[in-house]
Design a protein around this ligand. Sequence first.
Ligand SMILES: [Zn+2]
Length: 229
Amino acid sequence: MTGLLDELKTNFDNQSAKSMKPYEVLLQENKLWAAQKIKEDPEFFERLVHLQTPEFLWIGCSDSRVPANEITGTQPGEIFVHRNVANLVVNTDVNLLSVLDYAVNHLKIKHIIVCGHYGCGGVKAALTNESFNQVLNMWLRHIKDIYRIHRKELEAIPDENSRVNRMVELNIKEQIFNLAKTSIIQKAWSSEQRPDLHGWVYDLHDGLIKPVADMKAGTDIDRLYEFDL
Ligand SMILES: [Zn+2]
């Protein structure tokens, strides 16, 4: 007598022998994953259908090697996620601001993590003079602006990889500051003393995360950016 999971696995093995298309493999893997989840915890999906109460908002890079849940050992339902090229917080980005608004005002999240990664292709590209055509140029311009602010420090670093990696860290710090500049964050800070902001950098070489910036709820920022709320 075989269980559902064994049956699926056998079926999967048979099917893969017939050379499935790559996206079909994903669908098969999904069936296995769902069956495994139910085996471990029969109420798993039922619980998530009725409740989404993540404590964290994750703003990360779109890079396929930096999946929020996997590298933090968290499960579906634990992290609300937004990802874009080079994990930028741009104050005209309706997509990001909608995610931020929903996470802060409806989900009432307590921590926002901006997580970059060393060797980030977006950051690297922004430090070259290569043109990537209009849209990507527009996006990467935000990174060039940060480089300009820290040009002195960065240009004193002779090794190119080390320079990019330092730029990755400075980018994270700037994005934390960009979050603090939004009225969404300032309002939540003044009325509910949350969320705290955390800047992290993930290292693809060893899978470890290095914290590089922290801003507690209510931190004073440059007065110029503070709104009278
Ligand atoms: Zn990246």
